[in-house]
Design a protein around this ligand. Sequence first.
Ligand code: NAP
Length: 204
Amino acid sequence: MNRSITNVLFGAFGNASSSALNSDNAQGTMREINLEDVAVQLAYARQVVFVPGYGMATAQAQHTVRELANALESKGVTIKYAIHPVAGRMPGHMNLLLAEANVPYSSLYELEQVNHEFPSTDVAVVIGANDVVNPDARDNPQSPIAGMPILEVDRARFVVVLKRGNGKGFSGLENPLFFKPATEMLYGDARDSLARLTQAVQQT
Ligand code: NAP
């Protein structure tokens, strides 16, 4: 009863054999998308779900996320934020940062509220999240994170991942999400990418 939620959800890290670390699905190449194409997909979406993680915190991108959300909402796009309980590096990390940027509490959706929304989501925007969106937890019984609840962004129609490069998450595990057919990568610092996306959306 004295275990933290992080310990409960991620307690298996470090105990796995190296052969169990990578799913068979985590192969192939990560496909890059250019910023203008992402802007068009966002501007013409019906619903977009933002999925923030530790990378949003390090980039201090919470205000820029809100600016992009404003630009999209002014075009009639429905915006939701999907919050995983252990996203970031401390309990409530994402809620804290998004509140600082005046994101309305009513736009924040916990894992169990939002997972059923992904199949009807046009674009899921993963903002520096990795472990909390790793489908191996659901699909690979050999994974150290098997059974861990995740945000099921891989069920969205299109997934764009904002990250700087090939960095892994806190767990050090490969993430098969990045290799899926409906996933493309927008490389760069999250705050910079979001700022440039906001400009591009406004011009779309
Ligand atoms: P994560 O798995 O640590 O992944 C963070 C991702 O952000 C990385 O893939 C990294 O890739 C990217 N990134 C870093 N800086 C960036 C930047 N400036 N711009 C864009 N992307 C950037 O994060 P998460 O999905 O939020 O998962 C949290 C992890 O921390 C979990 O494993 C959780 O157990 C653990 N943890 C949580 C808590 C808590 O209480 N919330 C406490 C301790 C540990 P690049 O390097 O390629 O950019």
